[in-house]
Design a protein around this ligand. Sequence first.
Ligand code: CA
Length: 415
Amino acid sequence: MKKIWILFLCFSSLTIQAKDYYVTPADISKLKEILGNNTLRPGDEVILRDGIYTGLGEVDFSARGTNTDSIKLRAEHAGKAVISGALKMRVYGQYLQMEGLFFHKAWAKDLCMIEFQKEDGVYASHCRFTNCVMDDCNDPDKSEKPVKGVDPITVSEYWLGLHGKNIRIDHCYFANKRARGLVIQITVEDGGDHNHHQIDHNIFGYRKPFGGNGAEIIRVGNSWSSQLPSYSIIEENIFYRCDGENEIISVKSGFNTVRRNLFYESRGGLVCRHGHNNIIDSNVIIGNQLPGTSGIRIINQGHTVSNNYVEGVTGKGSSAAFILRMGVYERPSAPEDYEDEKLKSYHRAANIDIAFNTFVDCAELNFGDGQGDKEPQNVRFAHNRIYSPNTFPNIKINNPAIFPGTTFVDNLCQF
Ligand code: CA
């Protein structure tokens, strides 16, 4: 019995060591010291009192929490600790959580405002960014339109850069991004662990049309890493008037799931741009007949597109309510995985199942759009419903070479 009590006392003394550090806007240097100097222990919390925190500049949030005792950086009152001005925050270590913070008129000191890594090879894992807001965070020196003749990266700004693994972004609100660049970029590290990131229950609000490429809301991977699996999940988010460019979500890696999201009056599409074996399930896309609205674009291999509902989308061709594209190259074999031109292009669509989707009042479903002579192979389009009480839907076979590799089974079309 005595032994048990001694053990109990030991555990008790361990758990009471967690500390709360309160910080005010006058304590910027103290805040940076606490976050970056290996001060924090499992269960500790850094709590920002109400106020506007400006001039943070470069900040490292680096510590190692545990799965039972994460380390938090949070607002004392959600939404009342406002972070603004130039920011380059590096989050790395494990089980770190940011909560209740309001980023308003902050911007990226370099390329990315908050990056979940220190540098290549030193990443974050099991971190969470929750109940935060990022609104109107745009570098005043960066253009809100495409700039010709410069490296696009120099005029880009990313809000969240996800590296490492098991990062969760949830219950946040993002809106009014205007400069080139992503709201969330997931990087798939070559030779790293699979990401298993999760982006869920967020609202992505208005983003005005940028006028060129590079203004997606979320990109999962890059062309150069597109043959690698990410295993990330994007679910139960709302994309409301995300008009940045013609891709809202650009999937550029493998084994991701995009499900149960709502895209409302957003002038862009859900695009499997690169990579293979992705699942696009139970998403709702409502275009309300606005110009520039589009649906689901499929290219590459092994995807499942099921149970999605698309209504009132006006786009045609590569922006149609559904588009299965022609390929330019075969899927790269391992030795070709690093050929730049090939990785930036389109690989033959194959082994794809498109089933139980519903398209209502959409302008076009397109099979075989785009350049290239690699026709789709082993594609099944089955049990889909296409209903148009007001307009005549154009089910366009853009390239007859899609047959016989595409099979249509038991679809119901009602005009
Ligand atoms: Ca794009």
